[in-house]
Design a protein around this ligand. Structure first.
Ligand code: ATP
Ligand code: MG
Length: 144
């Protein structure tokens, strides 16, 4: 049933925990995982205003860093027998995650309740909340 899963990661601790659950979905027939990291366009804008001359370098560095952080995740999934597609998107995180959900014809999304900011008083981070609210398909939320 859960053949193709979307796994958005911001490389936070809870994202790593969510990966362990993604791997366990193998047991119920998951075959393919689309991993997505979104470089937040708004962060790039702040960078570019502060250091406009170095902007292109900053943009490139962010992409390379993301790619490097995604490689071990891709390998771990492949080692566990999944087909893997890795996406590095640029934009507003929840929008790009929802776009991937539709474009990649995903069956369900596995997401952390929190991410890198991790304000524990909040039930959900803002990205998680928007994805849950607007997703077309089921969302599995991993709590800390
Ligand atoms: N830039 C991103 N790219 C891909 N996935 C993301 C991104 N940001 C968040 N996520 C996903 O959403 C989950 C929840 O993160 P979210 O950003 O909502 O929480 P937060 O960082 O604690 O709060 P906020 O960002 O609202 O301050 C993460 O565990 C991850 O699965
Ligand atoms: Mg966040």
């Amino acid at each position: 049933m859960f053949k193709k899963i979307l796994y958005p990661t911001d490389f936070s601790e809870l994202s790593d925990k969510a990966l362990k659950y993604v791997i366990r979905l193998k047991e119920i027939g998951t075959e393919e995982v689309v991993v997505i990291h979104v470089i937040d366009k708004r962060t790039i804008k702040v960078f570019s205003k502060l250091y406009w001359q170095e902007f292109s370098i900053t943009d490139k560095t962010l992409k390379e860093k993301a790619q490097a952080a995604l490689t071990p995740i891709e390998e771990e999934l492949k080692d566990n027998g999944f087909r893997v597609k890795v996406l590095v998107a640029e934009g507003i995180p929840f929008r790009e995650i929802l776009r991937a959900e539709v474009e990649e014809d995903i069956i369900a999304t596995v997401i952390g309740a929190h991410g890198a900011s991790n304000v524990e008083e909040m039930l959900l981070g803002s990205v998680a909340e928007k994805v849950i609210r607007k997703a077309q398909k089921p969302v599995l939320v991993i709590k800390g």
